[in-house]
Design a protein. Structure first.
Lengths: 186, 215
């Protein structure tokens, strides 16, 4: 778990420290087709990390969360997330309780309330693979079990073992090694 | 004591009425069951490690029969948002919107305006792919280094949602081992786009999220 914490710290530092990247690659201008794309499109749903709205947002606020831009989510929802987390999980019932990333309820929900997916452009992309933490989301990542462990598993993933793993660890069809990666439909 | 904590936990659990339905499937009343309901979002390094892949799935829990008649809504745009400056504001978007059997992708491009309202960035790099029909092999298109797909696929999400529901309802006190994937045998409408990392920042960490926007 110490490794996990160290990696997470490095990740945080990376998040804070990295600078603007240039995105000045030539953009090819294509002559617009005759197809009509006019009009204004208004937000209905949004998603960054898996299951955040479904787990942490109270039932009356879910549509509001979906139409709150990420930079306003922390101010609008972190305290709700923290209240819901501490009510939900015995692993966060007592002061000082933390998850395996060393985050107490405030820190954990502070991370989650801004619902964006952090993705590395420099290598392994995974929600959590035992080594890398929050560097993307692969199709095969068992994100529910990771989240259940962080919610119910306590400081060392050992608490509430019957609630912290749904024991479904892979998809019902194998993924493809090549584009479009998702399996053909049933 | 452990038992007491456990029972207390489940009680609070039920009382709080958490609707932990799935990754994002049917997450909120306004979008539930509609064509703008995002079920899942993925972002990962491609088979060519110089590329990053974005996946947005909509319209979850489609049976094979329902998948044969499912379609993308021409009034719904799916927008991948990319922040590569660390402020959680989108610097680039990739927009996907269907017209007459094809999915049009625009970008990566700086959006006209950030936030909740968008117009389609028709002057941006355009990638157009035929929407794959149910039962057909996946049709893909590559241009300007960008590869695109749109059509029905197996829902890649897996979770024993039924047992979770039973726990919440107080009808069970634990997950089963092994569990049962509630999403087995169901499909989604999927949009997949693979872009060179050099088009979205090149190196470092991006923050990314997906939105559905309707006209």
């Amino acid at each position: 778990m110490k490794n996990l914490k160290n990696i997470f710290t490095v990740l945080l530092i990376t998040l804070v420290a990295f600078n603007c990247s240039d995105d000045d690659d030539a953009t090819m201008v294509v002559t617009p087709t005759g197809t009509d794309f006019s009009g204004t499109y208004t937000q209905q749903d949004q998603m960054g990390r898996p299951a955040v709205n479904t787990v942490f947002v109270s039932s009356g606020s879910k549509d509001t969360f979906n139409t709150t831009i990420p930079t306003d989510q922390n101010a609008g929802f972190q305290s709700m997330f923290e209240a819901n987390l501490t009510a939900l999980s015995p692993a966060f019932a007592n002061p000082g309780d933390a998850n395996a990333l060393g985050q107490d309820a405030a820190a954990f929900t502070g991370l989650l309330a801004t619902d964006v997916l952090n993705v590395s452009l420099d290598g392994t992309t995974t929600f959590y693979d035992g080594t890398n933490v929050l560097t993307g989301r692969n199709l095969a990542d068992d994100v529910i079990t990771v989240e259940l462990l962080l919610i119910f598993g306590g400081e060392d993933f050992s608490e509430n073992p019957t609630l912290s793993n749904d024991n479904v660890s892979e998809n019902d069809k194998p993924f493809l090694a090549s584009f479009p990666y998702l399996a053909s439909p049933w | 004591m452990k038992n007491f904590k456990f029972i207390l936990g489940v009680g609070v659990f039920a009382a709080a009425s958490f609707f932990f339905l799935s990754a994002d499937h049917i997450d909120a009343p306004a979008v539930q069951g509609g064509t703008s309901d995002i079920t899942d979002f993925y972002a990962f390094q491609g088979e060519d490690t110089n590329n990053l892949v974005f996946v947005a799935n909509v319209q979850g829990l489609l049976s094979p029969t329902a998948s044969a008649s499912a379609s993308f809504d021409e009034n719904v745009m799916i927008e991948f948002n990319i922040d590569n400056t660390g402020d959680n504001v989108e610097d680039l978007v990739i927009q996907a919107i269907p017209r007459d059997g094809k999915m049009y992708f625009f970008g990566p491009v700086a959006p006209g305006t950030t936030g909740l309202s968008s117009r389609v960035m028709t002057d941006a790099t355009q990638t157009v792919v035929d929407i794959t029909a149910y039962g057909e092999s996946a049709m893909t298109e590559t241009s300007n280094g960008i590869t695109a797909f749109a059509g029905p696929r197996d829902d890649p999400f897996f979770f024993d949602f039924n047992q979770y529901s039973a726990i919440i309802a107080g009808d069970a006190t634990a997950f089963n081992d092994p569990g049962t994937d509630t999403f087995a045998g169901t499909n989604v409408m999927s949009i997949v786009v693979e872009v060179p990392k050099s088009m979205i920042g090149g190196t470092g960490t991006i923050n990314t999220w997906v939105e559905s926007k309707s006209k």
